[in-house]
Design a protein around this ligand. Structure first.
Ligand code: ZN
Length: 63
């Protein structure tokens, strides 16, 4: 099992978000951000935890 893919995070990637290994805390943070984003409480750019792993999400890559 690899580490959490969030930049600078040394925790074990025991969970996943969009197939990317993340630790339990980052998964929680990203889930909260996503919820707030869809409720329009935060902007897309404010999803900093999500942004951290976004380059690793297979379908987020632009060809
Ligand atoms: Zn983490």
């Amino acid at each position: 099992m690899g580490n959490c893919k969030h930049p600078g995070c040394k925790e074990l990637g025991t969970h996943t978000w969009a197939l990317v290994p993340v630790c339990v805390e980052h998964r929680k943070a990203i889930k909260l951000e996503t919820k707030q984003y869809y409720l329009r409480k935060i902007s897309y750019q404010m999803r900093t935890n999500y942004m951290g792993i976004m380059p690793l999400i297979p379908w987020s890559r632009k060809e």
